[in-house]
Design a protein around this ligand. Sequence first.
Ligand SMILES: [Zn+2]
Ligand SMILES: [Zn+2]
Length: 133
Amino acid sequence: LVPKTQTRLTKQRRIILDELCRIKTHPTADEVYEIVRKRIPRISLSTVYRNLEMLAEQGKISKLGIDNERMRFDGNIQEHSHIRCIICGKVDDIPIEPKVTWDEDYSDLGYEIVSCNIEFFGKCPECGKIEPS
Ligand SMILES: [Zn+2]
Ligand SMILES: [Zn+2]
């Protein structure tokens, strides 16, 4: 028998995953909370945070960004690149596949390099239209 709280958590997590896969805006945890709240009015922000962490750990979603403050989440777990607007902070997918290679032996670092995450920066179409004052 599955405890009641367990069932509810799983259902909440499914809804969070569902919403995240539907939207392409790479929302922050706060934005996910605002969206999910429309379907689960009583959900708390900390529950959303916890479920996002769990989904990321399970590899069902990916986390973008290195500082937790501006951490964004992506329901698209296929390998793809991102571009971030330097004005409004919006993040979009871009079909550029950066080829990164390293010829030198970096074993001195003590790390085995397994992947590399490149983020592009630019002005989004909306911000690009604004005349500089
Ligand atoms: Zn912008
Ligand atoms: Zn993405």
